[in-house]
Design a protein around this ligand. Structure first.
Ligand code: NDP
Ligand code: MG
Length: 390
């Protein structure tokens, strides 16, 4: 039995993880569930999965939940009522819960840094969906994981594909990573045609159904930029050896090329449950119900170069990766704030990448920033971006 602490259980990755747990009740057990504020869904999850600990980041909502789960509605609940916690203290308690073997990090944004570090220090393996954490603190997290002998297992579909393609191979013979991208819903459009994009337009992704922030990031190619930096840390490959290949059907989830020119890829219908299962059961493969790839129906897989002129989000990520130090934090923190402002209709679509570019050019890089410096830079920049558009 593998015991899981699931950070971000009410989100897109969180709920799909719980579908996997539901399919394998003899092998997987959830010990902690956490969310930001959506306690309605969390309550249903508590009834079904009976965790020991639940965390609601929002303190008022946590108190509300605590009251509700002690009410008669829960009187038929046969298990012990779970402990309820809130805030960062709660997230860290969930990440370090003694009964958990693995922490699946599916919170959105760099809020995941401290719980991830705490989980590693407590010796937990990490199934990592929360890419923003690795982008901003990869230089702290990867050596720490090595020192504590814990595994960082990728959940992001491209990184899972790379991980699967590298299985049993000599990493020294790896020449480059071919990171595939769908190109997003606005592929083929020019900058002038993007200025009036609304949150509703950008929230429609052609192939994947995901949380709001990553859906916007996919449309701006910032998601691919974050993934380049995520791959850098996960596989120890510099950004210049990571090539983004647009493959609009999202059938090839990524590829690796070796020194002899051979390329290994992982393919399949787009379904996040596969990388989630691969991370939870690694190195075992399990049955996953669902559609199988039908090559006769598919008939073609096409390739394009990413358009970094009209979608500068990807170009800026390579610049941030090349600069290193605190620059990836600037790229990520500004994007988090800008996307949140865009979703609240406070800024336009093109302002997202423009603001990242502007903040990156005025930032003085801090080399090898420690955790406090990373969080301070995040805080400063988010404030600066919010003030800019007041
Ligand atoms: P969602 O927005 O769907 O879910 C985010 C989860 O984090 C929710 O449970 C949310 O709770 C919780 N949360 C939000 N804010 C806070 C906070 N301040 N403190 C604690 N918890 C919080 O996101 P996704 O599931 O789409 O993405 C999660 C992560 O996985 C991201 O880093 C994303 O980049 C990555 N990822 C996602 C993929 C996908 O297919 N969705 C694919 C690959 C990677 P609440 O519901 O209460 O707001
Ligand atoms: Mg991805």
């Amino acid at each position: 039995m593998k015991n899981i602490s699931l950070l971000g259980s009410t989100g897109s990755i969180g709920t799909q993880t719980l579908e996997v747990v539901r399919a394998y009740p003899e092998e997987l057990c959830v010990k902690a569930l956490t969310c930001g504020s959506r306690i309605g869904l969390l309550k249903e999850q508590i009834k079904e999965f009976k965790p020991e600990l639940v965390v609601v980041f929002d303190q008022d909502k946590a108190l509300e939940l605590e009251k509700e789960i002690k009410s008669p509605e829960f009187s038929s609940y046969e298990e012990k009522i779970p402990e309820v916690m809130s805030g960062m203290e709660g997230l860290i308690a969930a990440a370090t819960l003694s009964s958990a073997d693995i922490v699946l990090t599916a919170v959105v944004g760099m809020i995941g840094i401290r719980p991830t570090i705490a989980a590693i220090e407590a010796g937990k393996d990490i199934a990592l969906a929360n890419k923003e954490t690795l982008v901003t603190a990869g230089h702290i997290i990867m050596p720490l994981a090595k020192a504590h002998g814990v595994k960082i297992l990728p959940v992001d579909s491209e990184h899972s594909a790379i991980f699967q393609s590298l299985n049993g191979e000599d990493r020294k013979a790896l020449d480059k990573i071919l990171l595939t991208a769908s190109g997003g819903p606005f592929r083929g459009r020019r900058r002038e045609e993007l200025s009036n994009i609304t949150p509703e337009d950008a929230l429609k992704h052609p192939n994947w159904s995901m949380g709001a922030k990553i859906t916007i990031d996919s449309s701006t190619l910032v998601n691919k930029g974050l993934e380049v930096m995520e791959a850098q840390w996960l596989f120890g490959v510099p950004a210049e050896q990571i090539q983004v290949v647009v493959q609009p059907q999202s059938i090839i989830h990524s590829m690796v090329q070796f020194d002899d020119g051979g390329i290994i890829a992982q393919l399949g219908t787009p379904d996040m449950k596969l990388p989630i299962m691969y991370a939870l059961f690694y190195p075992e493969r399990k049955f996953l119900e669902g559609e199988r790839l039908d090559f006769w129906k598919l008939s073609e897989i096409t390739f394009e170069k990413p358009d970094t002129d009209n979608f500068p989000g990807l170009r800026l990520a390579y610049e941030a990766a090349g600069e290193g130090g605190s620059m990836p934090t600037v790229y990520n923190a500004v994007n988090e704030e800008a996307v949140s402002l865009f979703l609240r209709r406070k800024i336009g679509y093109l302002d997202i990448a423009d603001t990242i570019a502007c903040c990156m050019s005025s930032h003085k890089t801090v080399n090898n920033p420690d955790l406090d410096q990373i969080l301070m830079i995040e805080n400063e920049l988010r404030g600066e971006v919010a003030r800019r558009f007041e």
